[in-house]
Design a protein around this ligand. Structure first.
Ligand SMILES: NC(=O)c1ccc[n+]([C@@H]2O[C@H](COP(=O)([O-])OP(=O)(O)OC[C@H]3O[C@@H](n4cnc5c(N)ncnc54)[C@H](OP(=O)(O)O)[C@@H]3O)[C@@H](O)[C@H]2O)c1
Length: 405
């Protein structure tokens, strides 16, 4: 990209919550970005509307049937005179991510399938703005190694990691004493432990402060989301686990903090809106005006902080333990969590059974101390099978008792 030319961007997961906010940033700065490629899972109707608006040169859908439907719709769409090629499958996502001539790939995919496209983008020399935290949790070492070999840079999109990135700007990393990640506490912060057994998917999907996709919303409700971010922070900033703390901050205005060796604490504070960390990463090192609402601290009144309750929300502890164990343990944690959340949303297991499925997999799946990329991928695969077995066992036990699971 030469000075003054728009950044050539690919957006993976363009039909999701992060994808939608990324396109809002593009709408805000149309001269700065050229949307070259878009990719999603199966929502071809939304992708069709995005093709009409943003005119990408190539698109991909993971689902082959949806890709066929999009090709048909594009062939008869009056608004599109020369339809872009529509790739399909995981291969299609990787091809989009590693495509020639991209400056920036925004990864807003959900789940571990974000890993290989991230590596493909970094290997091609593009920068990657990554919301897909599962990638760094699953295979932090190879991803950070690929980022350091790449001509491109890796930028975090998670609001907490973006906050840390912003606090560290202009400060030497060796001056960091600890980082403090904030968590909203989710919708069940004040619910008693026994009451968590009756939580429905609808209740878990009603996040008090953020509007996000279903998987990350359930992760916030179990506090696994914070656990995943602890691991992400460890890999991205190369900070030991005992210097990463978490506090519950229900107002979701302080997005995270860094304490330096002189005991000075820097915090990044703003209204909770993902457009801000996304725009920060997409326009880095510039800072531009955003459409995010300005903070009125007087109207806000008070900012509160609490200790997370690891008894009621054991996922945070499980994530820390898996992070400290290292090797493939975080990949096992991540895969087990993906299956457990899927099973909860499908009403196959109860909300309070999610941590049990993860713990079972962490005990059963033997970790690899110095894993290669292949080892991370196979840990992901075999954990999914083990987690599905654990879900089936829970269901049959519930049926045997004659109760709904
Ligand atoms: N949302 C947030 O505010 C937020 C904040 C911080 C971090 N994150 C992280 O960002 C990632 C995305 O979150 P989100 O909330 O944007 O999720 P989301 O709304 O569920 O969107 C997920 C995107 O990924 C696509 N996708 C889903 N399954 C797929 C598959 N099997 N193959 C290919 N594409 C697939 C979806 O396509 P279809 O729509 O076609 O299915 C959609 O475009 C997650 O890792 C999350 O933890 C999100």
């Amino acid at each position: 990209m030469t000075q003054g030319e728009p950044k050539r961007v690919a957006i993976l997961g363009s039909t999701g919550s992060i994808g939608g906010s990324t396109l809002d940033v593009v709408r805000q700065w149309p001269d700065r970005f050229d949307v070259r490629a878009l990719a999603a899972g199966g929502n071809w109707e939304s992708l069709l509307a995005q093709v009409i608006e943003f005119r990408p040169r190539i698109v991909a859908l993971r689902d082959a049937g949806a890709a066929r439907a999009l090709r048909e719709a594009l062939s008869v769409a009056d608004a599109v005179s020369s339809p872009p090629p529509v790739l399909e499958g995981e291969e299609g996502l990787r091809e989009i991510a590693g495509g020639d001539g991209l400056d920036l790939v925004v990864n807003g995919l959900v789940g571990s399938l974000g890993l290989l496209p991230t590596l493909a983008a970094l290997e091609s020399g593009a920068s990657v703005a990554i919301a897909n935290k599962e990638t760094l949790v699953m295979a932090g070492e190879p991803v950070m190694a690929a980022a350091s070999r790449s001509r491109g840079e890796l930028f975090p999109l998670d609001s907490e990691l973006s906050a840390i990135h912003q606090c560290l700007r202009g400060n030497p990393e060796k001056a960091v004493r600890r980082v403090i990640l904030t968590a909203s506490g989710g919708p069940f912060r004040l619910r008693s432990g026994p009451d968590l057994a009756s939580v429905t998917p609808e209740e878990a999907l009603a996040h008090p402060t953020w509007n996000m996709g279903p998987k990350v919303t359930v992760d916030c409700a179990t506090m696994m989301n914070k656990g995943l971010e602890v691991i992400e922070t460890h890999f991205y900033f190369d900070i030991p686990f005992d210097r990463i703390e978490t506090v519950v901050h229900p107002q979701s205005l302080v997005h995270s903090m860094v304490e330096f060796v002189d005991q000075s604490v820097m915090a990044q504070i703003s209204a909770p809106d993902m457009c801000l960390p996304i725009q920060y990463a997409m326009t880095y090192p510039e800072r531009l005006p955003s459409g995010v609402r300005s903070l009125d601290l007087v109207a806000t009144g008070s900012l509160t902080f609490e200790k997370p309750d690891l008894e009621r929300f054991p996922c945070l502890r499980l994530a820390r333990d898996a992070g400290r164990t290292g090797g493939t343990a975080p990949a096992v944690l991540n895969a087990a969590n993906e299956i457990a959340v899927e099973a909860f949303l499908a009403r196959e297991i109860r909300f309070d059974q999610i941590p049990g499925v993860i713990e079972h997999c962490l005990e059963r799946c033997v970790g690899h101390p110095e894993p290669t990329l292949e080892n991370f991928l196979s840990a992901d695969g075999f954990t999914r099978e083990e987690a599905r077995r654990a879900v089936r066992d829970l269901r049959s036990r519930a049926h045997a008792r004659g109760t709904a699971s």
